[in-house]
Design a protein around this ligand. Structure first.
Ligand code: TYD
Length: 198
């Protein structure tokens, strides 16, 4: 009997080490690794507009573009994979829009929830792993060429971090917070434990 496919998400501020964990887990377990924004060809174009476009979108336009990416991603990638019996691990999901556009930019959280409800069509991850670390630590780990959101000030990223912690505190059964200041082996072990992996 095959195990029930799971929809798992990994979240955190820029530079928290998500990509390393996604690569490790997907490679080891044969899961589908995907991401938002940019998990589809259309999403790749939306991602380029959002992060490297010539004109910064308004915060509402930013939230709606993230949601358009998500709606397309959920329908064309995530749901079909789950239906085919594949576990899906997404680098960011709706909780990023709550953290960045809601807490970071200060958009109304109920409005963000309504936008997310449309975009996800009710698909909620079984578990979201939050790799949490102080903003200064994360900034030190990021590469040299920051995208538009990475270039925003420390206060923005502090609000994003607190937005993640608030979401995790509100749904402890669906979120696990991991101290990402630990070394890689310790973070990996904590992630495995949170997901019930050997
Ligand atoms: P990410 O892919 O993690 O960046 P990188 O590949 O550089 O590590 O995320 C891209 C950026 O998009 C990141 O700054 C967070 C932002 N973002 C939002 O603001 N809202 C969202 O809903 C999502 C999914 C991402």
């Amino acid at each position: 009997m095959t195990a029930t496919p799971r929809f798992l998400v990994i979240e955190g501020i820029d530079g928290c080490g998500k990509s390393t964990q996604v690569e490790r887990l997907a490679g080891r377990h044969g899961w589908l690794a995907t991401r938002e924004p940019g998990g589809t060809a259309l999403g790749g174009a939306i991602r380029a507009l959002l992060l490297h476009g010539t004109e910064a979108p308004t915060p509402l336009a930013e939230a709606l573009l993230m949601a358009a990416d998500r709606a397309h991603h959920v329908t064309t990638v995530v749901r079909p994979a789950l239906e085919a019996g594949t576990t899906v691990l997404s680098d960011r999901y709706a909780s990023s829009t709550v953290a960045y556009q809601g807490y970071g930019h200060g958009r109304d959280l109920e409005q963000i929830a309504a936008i997310n409800a449309i975009a996800t069509d009710g698909l909620v991850p079984e578990m979201t792993i939050l790799l949490d670390l102080p903003v200064a630590d994360a900034a030190g780990r990021r590469g040299g060429d920051p995208d538009r959101l990475e270039s925003l000030d420390v206060a923005f990223h502090e609000r994003v971090r607190s937005g993640y912690l608030a979401q995790a505190a509100a749904s402890p059964d669906r979120w696990t917070v991991i101290d990402a200041t630990q070394d890689l082996a310790e973070v990996s072990a904590a992630v495995d434990e949170a997901l019930g992996l050997p």
